[in-house]
Structure formats: C-alpha cells, structure tokens
Design a protein around this ligand. Sequence first.
Ligand SMILES: *[C@@H]1O[C@H](CO)[C@@H](O)[C@H](O)[C@H]1NC(C)=O
Ligand SMILES: *[C@@H]1O[C@H](CO)[C@@H](O)[C@H](O)[C@H]1NC(C)=O
Ligand SMILES: *[C@@H]1O[C@H](CO)[C@@H](O)[C@H](O)[C@H]1NC(C)=O
Ligand SMILES: *[C@@H]1O[C@H](CO)[C@@H](O)[C@H](O)[C@H]1NC(C)=O
Ligand SMILES: *[C@@H]1O[C@H](CO)[C@@H](O)[C@H](O)[C@H]1NC(C)=O
Ligand SMILES: *[C@@H]1O[C@H](CO)[C@@H](O)[C@H](O)[C@H]1NC(C)=O
Ligand SMILES: *[C@@H]1O[C@H](CO)[C@@H](O)[C@H](O)[C@H]1NC(C)=O
Length: 558
Amino acid sequence: MSIKTFSLWLLSLHGVLSAALPRNTSYTNPILPGHHSDPSCTSVGDTFYCVTSTFNLFPGLPVYASKDLINWKHVSNALHREDQYSGYLQIQGQQDGIYAPTLRHHDGIFYIIVAFQRLQADGETGFDFLIFNSTDPYDPELWDTPIVYNTPDLGSFDNDIFFDDDGQAYVTVHVTGEYGDNYNLWNGTGNIWPEGPHMYKKDGYYYLTLAEGGTGPNHQVTVARSEGNIRGPYEAYENNPILTNANTTQYFQAVGHADIFQDQAGNWWATALSIRGGPDNQYYPMGRETVLTPVKWDEGGWPQPEPVRGHMTGPLPPPSRDVGGEQGVWLKDGDNYETFNGPNLPLHFIHYLFPPHNLYSIADGRLRVNPTTQNLTGVESFNASTDRVALIARRQTDTLFTYGVTMDFSPTAESEEAGITLFLSQNQHADLGIVMLDGSPQVRFRITGIGAVNPYETETLAPLDPMLRDQPLRLEMQAVSETSYVFYYGAEGNDGPLQTIGMTDASLVSGGNGSFVGSYVGVYASSNGGSGRTPAYYTNWIYEGQGQMIDYNEMIES
Ligand SMILES: *[C@@H]1O[C@H](CO)[C@@H](O)[C@H](O)[C@H]1NC(C)=O
Ligand SMILES: *[C@@H]1O[C@H](CO)[C@@H](O)[C@H](O)[C@H]1NC(C)=O
Ligand SMILES: *[C@@H]1O[C@H](CO)[C@@H](O)[C@H](O)[C@H]1NC(C)=O
Ligand SMILES: *[C@@H]1O[C@H](CO)[C@@H](O)[C@H](O)[C@H]1NC(C)=O
Ligand SMILES: *[C@@H]1O[C@H](CO)[C@@H](O)[C@H](O)[C@H]1NC(C)=O
Ligand SMILES: *[C@@H]1O[C@H](CO)[C@@H](O)[C@H](O)[C@H]1NC(C)=O
Ligand SMILES: *[C@@H]1O[C@H](CO)[C@@H](O)[C@H](O)[C@H]1NC(C)=O
C-alpha cells in the first residue's frame, strides 16, 4: 500500500468515525506488569504492538501484540540469537545493554531502533545504534541481524525513527554535547535529562514529545511542535508537561517516557513507564512497568493524555484474544510447565547476559541445566566477554505470586549448587538451593544484597534431611505481601506443607544496582568456582499471579 493511499484511507475513516460516540470501558494499569520500561508502541490495522527495554537480559527486545490493549501476547524477541549482535560481551556492571527502543511500521516492515550501551574499543562506555527489521513480528526467527552504526556524533541514547509522508526516515536522539552536522531540534523545557524523543506528524505539524526530569519522581512528558518543517523551529506547548505524576502522592509514580499511537476507531492512546508504590516507597521489585492512558488530541491541538492511575476508563477496542503467534505466551497468564517440550525455551524465558552455550537441554519433559563456574553473584573479576551464568528466569509480573519448581539434583562435588532465585542484579538476589558443603548436601538460603540500597548479606544453612536426599524436591517462593517474599522447600508430591527456610524484604530487589530493571524468578546451577559439573533437572515450573496492587491498600486479582 502506498503512503498516499494510506493517508486518504485514514481521512475517510475519520469522517465516518467522528460521528460515533466512543464508548468507555474501565481497565487497570499497568498493562505490561513487571520489568517493562521505556515502552514504544504502534498500531497496524486492528493490532497493537509494543517493545520495551531489556538492558542486560538476553533474549532482548520482547515484542508484544494485542487487539484490545489489555491482553498482550509475547510473540517474539527481536534480539534472540547470539550471532545477531555481540555487544553483550562488552557489558559492564548492571545497567548496560538495551536502552529505550522505538517500534514503527512502514510500508509492510516493522522496525526497531535502539541504543546499546557497552564498553567501546577506546575503553570508554558508549552506545551502538541498532536497527532491526521484520516483515512478520509473529515469527520469532525472522528478526535478523541488525544494521549497527556507531557514530561519535550521536554518542547517546533513546533513538526514535519517524517515516515522513514522502517515505524519508528521520532519527531523533538524546544527545549530550556535540551533535555534529545534525539538527538540534529542542532542548526541552529546562528539566534534567531531556530524552526519550518521539516524532509524530498530524494536521500539518511535526510534534516532538520528550521525557524530562529523569526516570524518577520528577519524570514527565513534554511536547513541542513545528509547522510544516521537521527541522523546526519547535514551539513548546505552554501547558507542559502534558503527563506526569510528579509532586503528587499517587501510587503510580515516575510516569514518563510516553509513546502515542492511534487505534482503528480513531482514538489516541499513550503508553508510558511508571513505578508503583507512591513517592517515598522502598518497595518496587518490578521496577519500571508499562501503563496505558487515553489521549485527547483534537485537530490542530496538543495531545492531552489523562493522568495515570490504577483505575482508568477509555474507549478500548472490544476484548479479544484473537492474536497470532503460535509460540506466543500471554503475559498475564502465568506459567504451568509440568513438563518442558523442547527444543526451545518459552519466548518469555530470559538469561542474565549471553547464557553458556550448553546451558540447557530438554529431554523426557525435563529441563536439564548445566552448572557454570560462576555463580549468580560472580567473582570480582567477572568479565561478560568470557564469563557466563547458568540462569533461566521469567519476570515477576504480579505483586503477589507463587513460583516453584521440582528439582532433581544430587550434588557430588564440593560447593556445587542448584536451586531457585529471586534476581534483580548480580549484587541483589535471594537464592534457595541445595549445595554440597563438607561432603554433605545442605539446604542453603542465601541473600546477596551488596548492591541494595541498604547493603546486607545473610545465609541460612540446614542439613538436607537424609529422607530427602537423591529424590526430587519442591522449591518455592511466594510474595506474601508487597514487601516480603517467603521461601519454602520439601519433598515433591508430599501432601504436607513445605518447610519455610527464610524470607526476604522486597527492598533487596528494589533499585540499588538494578534501578533500571525489575525482578526475575528462575532456576540456577553453579559450581561456585569448584570443579562440579552435576546438572540439575527441573519440572513442574509454576508461576501463578495472586494479586496486583494498584493503589494504596487496593489489591486486585492478577
Ligand atoms: C532489514 O535488515 C536486513 C539485515 O540487517 C538488511 O539487510 C535490510 O537492508 C533491512 N531492510 C530494511 C528495509 O531496512
Ligand atoms: C539548546 O541549548 C543550547 C545551549 O544553551 C543553545 O545553543 C541552542 O540554541 C539551544 N537549541 C534550541 C533548539 O533551542
Ligand atoms: C515538582 O516540584 C518541584 C519543586 O517545587 C519543581 O521543581 C518541579 O518542577 C515540579 N515538577 C513538576 C513536573 O511539576
Ligand atoms: C470517556 O473517558 C474520557 C476520559 O478518559 C472522557 O474524557 C470522556 O468524556 C468519556 N466519554 C464518554 C462518552 O463517557
Ligand atoms: C574482558 O576480557 C576481554 C577479553 O579477554 C578483554 O579484552 C577485556 O579487557 C576484559 N575487560 C576487563 C574490564 O578486564
Ligand atoms: C552498586 O551500588 C553501589 C552503591 O550505589 C555502588 O557503590 C557500586 O559501585 C554498585 N556496583 C555495581 C557493580 O554497579
Ligand atoms: C561465588 O563463587 C565464588 C567462586 O567462584 C565464591 O568465592 C563465592 O563465595 C561464591 N559466592 C557466594 C555468595 O557463595
């Protein structure tokens, strides 16, 4: 379809639909719960697509599809093969990697443009720009090698790609310092960190939205526009910011980094990131999540998003789960893998950095995980170019949940260990495992909180009851409130209750060294620097959401 036909079609559609009254329905935020920061979304026909930041996680750049803006299916990951791009090998620390993608569709092709932060050849941390494309986002294999460019002139992050009516594409990006031969469009309204730009064209104007104020309490969305000329001058809207929860006591804070799109009925919407828990909160284990808000955008006027709350109303499309993608996974459905069917892991399973090549295999319904020498913390000299971590996880997507696995692991070598973890960063995780110590298997519950806002470390050891040796064990964790997790273990298949071994406060996995990301739950296996090579076998991987907190003292069903 040519661009000209497309705009004519939109015009006639608008004529028909402006007569119809939009019917509001209610919904709740967040729409993409769990670590889903910097959402970028677009609509194509009757379907919406979003992609979010993933930093040091692999696979990266999850692509979600929906027909009703509420039920989202994880249909592919744009960065899914190690040979697509090797930048993960130069990741340092806990906040490098994928920063703030933009997803757009043009002329039958989906594009994702994104910056990747890593150690550069000159020894400084810098950004590569990656452009992925696919004609079919439902096919996880189709996202191929990105075009990678690295121009010192554009040594920054948060790229936008905009296709003008004549087919010309423009990239807008946050720049600190020199911008070479490029155009300085707008400095924002004067807050720190004018970033997250997105360009739109409507009614003869180019609209440029920004995130400002930093991705914390003062986060906000601002807008400027230029009439007819994409290079400016850009006139700032007099009532900026158009969207923020700054200086409020709202439960949803840090609202910003928005992207605006239109549905088939002509209604406008914005997604943004937000952190749940109120202004002085210490507990936000899911980090920055994706929220949705309706936008009023009259002809020739400025976009006016509704303020973000837990309870919202808007002219949503009718509920539908008629979304493609055979391998897709509904984000809010939880996991119930009694057995695993290989050869691949489910699309929403993630690793910290590139996983080891022989990380896992699936046979007879069991997930076999081979240990790495490194453990989840890693040694002081941990180097992403050579060191790998045996971790298979999924996002925490609910305030309250239970996650558990059945583990078959009989350690033979000193210090080898396998179990389940609540993980935010290498310096912030709580692990429940079986470990070989002084020649006998022990149950160990260990909290590594050296990167937490209030750093601490604890360890609880209990000898493994001889009755429980060499047989499958049930390992579970439960978020019993918005502030605490309890860990349990016991015999698999035993009708009696599991035994509690310890608990952790959610501040362990809120901010600190992992302030850009959110918590994951999963399984690990490590020799802890020793010579152990005993694999661990997992079945009955269950993740069940048990409540979503959307306001102070308001817990709704997951
Ligand atoms: C899509 O990506 C491939 C692989 O990098 C590249 O060869 C091709 O030119 C890209 N297509 C478009 C339209 O950008
Ligand atoms: C942005 O700020 C710089 C430094 O003050 C100034 O030189 C430049 O003209 C400003 N750009 C715009 C588009 O206002
Ligand atoms: C919030 O209040 C502070 C202090 O008064 C002010 O500097 C800031 O601009 C306000 N933020 C917004 C988005 O209104
Ligand atoms: C629908 O909700 C929006 C706010 O999201 C409000 O502005 C509008 O008046 C409502 N429309 C109807 C028909 O109730
Ligand atoms: C990590 O290892 C690579 C490859 O051996 C090396 O080039 C790089 O300097 C190391 N990085 C650090 C921070 O030591
Ligand atoms: C973790 O955070 C602490 C405190 O902010 C900081 O000193 C330390 O460098 C961080 N470590 C890493 C690996 O990011
Ligand atoms: C992780 O493994 C290293 C050896 O590789 C070991 O020194 C360290 O104690 C282990 N971490 C913990 C918390 O056990």
